[in-house]
Design a protein around this ligand. Structure first.
Ligand code: OGA
Ligand code: MN
Length: 296
C-alpha cells in the first residue's frame, strides 16, 4: 500500500481538506507514515481517511502518534455517567444503554452546542491540537460536519482588520457557547469546571508559520474591550471566517475517520433526525501549551 493524499476539491480548494488512501489505521504506523500524515495535516488542515474500521483502542493508538491525548473533561457526562472512556469524547446521541437520548435530555441539549462553529477545547487552558472523529453509525440523511479554514479567513482580512486583531486576547468558555443557545442549566460544579480561559485571537502555525484566526463560539469576551463591542466584533469576524468559500462540508460514510487541526480550523455539526442513531467517537490530541505561551 502506498499512502496517497489528494485534495477533496482540487479546483476550488487545493490546500484545504484532503483524502488519504493507502494506509490501514488499525495497524501500527511507521515513522515515515506518521511524518507523511503530519505533513498532510500541515498542508490540508483536514484529512479524511475512508474505510477505517477502528475500535477505540486502535483510534487512540493512531492519535497518540501526534501528541498526548486529552481527557474528556469538557463533556457533560463525567464518572459513572459516561458511556465511553475518559480519553474518548462521546459525540453521539446515545445514553449508557445505547438508547437514543430523549429530545429534552440535558446531555442532548448541551451537545447541540456542537452545531455552533467552534474549535475543540478552546475553552481549556491548553486547547486541542488535532481531533480524530470516527463515524460508527450515521443517520440516513443530514448530520454532515462542516469545516472552515481559519488560515484562508485570516489571509482574506483587509489590512486594517489584520492590524486590529493582532495581539487581541479572548476569553473562551462553554458557558458562553451554550448561553448563545439559551442553555444555562449548569450546576455550580460545571460553572467552576467551565470557567473562562484566555486565548490569542491570532495564532501562528508552528511549522508553516502561517497566521490564522483562533475563533470559536466559546469566545465570549475580548480582554480590555466592553462586552457588547467584543461580542459584535467576534460575530462579524466569525461571519467572515465562515463564508462558504472557506468551508468544506463533509458528508459522512460509516467508518470514515476525519482528523482536523483545531489550531487553524473551526467546525460545526449539521442537523439530522433526532430519532435516528448517530454514533461518533472522538479522540483528541492536546496542544503543547496555552496559546499565550506560544510564539505570536
Ligand atoms: C466534534 C464535533 C461535529 C459533528 O466531534 O468535536 O464538533 O458533526 N463534531 O458531530
Ligand atoms: Mn467539536
Amino acid at each position: 500500500m502506498t499512502l496517497e493524499i489528494r485534495a477533496v476539491d482540487p479546483v476550488s480548494r487545493p490546500a484545504f481538506a484532503g483524502v488519504v488512501t493507502g494506509v490501514d489505521l488499525t495497524r501500527p504506523l511507521s515513522a515515515g507514515t506518521v511524518a507523511a500524515i503530519a505533513a498532510g495535516m500541515d498542508r490540508f488542515a483536514v484529512l479524511v481517511f475512508p474505510d477505517q474500521l477502528l475500535d477505540d483502542a486502535q483510534q487512540k493508538a493512531f492519535a497518540v502518534n501526534f501528541g498526548p491525548l486529552e481527557q474528556a473533561t469538557g463533556d457533560l457526562a463525567q464518572g459513572a455517567e459516561r458511556r465511553l472512556a475518559m480519553d474518548v469524547n462521546d459525540i453521539s446521541n446515545l445514553d449508557r444503554e445505547g438508547r437514543v437520548l430523549a429530545r429534552e435530555d440535558r446531555r442532548r441539549l448541551f451537545g447541540l452546542g456542537n452545531r455552533l462553529w467552534h474549535s475543540d477545547s478552546s475553552f481549556k487552558p491548553t486547547p486541542a491540537k488535532y481531533s480524530a472523529l470516527s463515524a460508527r453509525v450515521i443517520p440516513a440523511a443530514g448530520g454532515n460536519t462542516e469545516f472552515a479554514d481559519m488560515r484562508a479567513a485570516y489571509d482574506a482580512l483587509d489590512d486594517a482588520t489584520k492590524a486590529e486583531v493582532e495581539g487581541l486576547v479572548c476569553e473562551h468558555s462553554q458557558l458562553f457557547s451554550r448561553a448563545t443557545l439559551g442553555f444555562d442549566d449548569f450546576t455550580e460544579d460545571e460553572r467552576r469546571r467551565f470557567a473562562p480561559v484566555p486565548q490569542r485571537l491570532v495564532r501562528r502555525h508552528p511549522v508553516t508559520g502561517r497566521r490564522s484566526l483562533f475563533l470559536a463560539s466559546h469566545a465570549g469576551a475580548i480582554r480590555g474591550w466592553p462586552m457588547p463591542e467584543a461580542r459584535a466584533f467576534l460575530r462579524d469576524l466569525t461571519e467572515h471566517a465562515t463564508e462558504r468559500r472557506f468551508v468544506y462540508a463533509h458528508v459522512w460514510r460509516p467508518w470514515d475517520l476525519v482528523m482536523w487541526d483545531n489550531r487553524v480550523t473551526m467546525h460545526r455539526a449539521r442537523p439530522f433526525d433526532a430519532r435516528e442513531v448517530r454514533d461518533m467517537h472522538r479522540v483528541t490530541v492536546a496542544d503543547v501549551a496555552p496559546t499565550l505561551e506560544q510564539a505570536a
